[in-house]
Design a protein around this ligand. Structure first.
Ligand SMILES: [Zn+2]
Length: 56
């Protein structure tokens, strides 16, 4: 999925038990709920794996 500001790719960032999306272009971070409506399948699958880790 892409950054709203610069259209660069967002990467999943895991940090202290929280998961954020970070832009590889402008370095802006998004909370998951901010981008939840725009998640693509690839990102959802990554998040599902992280969710398992967090709540394990
Ligand atoms: Zn960006």
């Amino acid at each position: 999925m892409k950054c709203r500001k610069c259209q660069a790719k967002l990467e999943v960032l895991r940090q202290c038990g929280r998961v954020r999306m970070r832009c590889t272009g402008c370095n802006k971070t998004y909370q998951i709920h901010e981008v939840a409506s725009e998640l693509d399948r690839e990102t959802e699958e990554i998040l599902e794996r992280y969710t398992v880790l967090i709540y394990d």
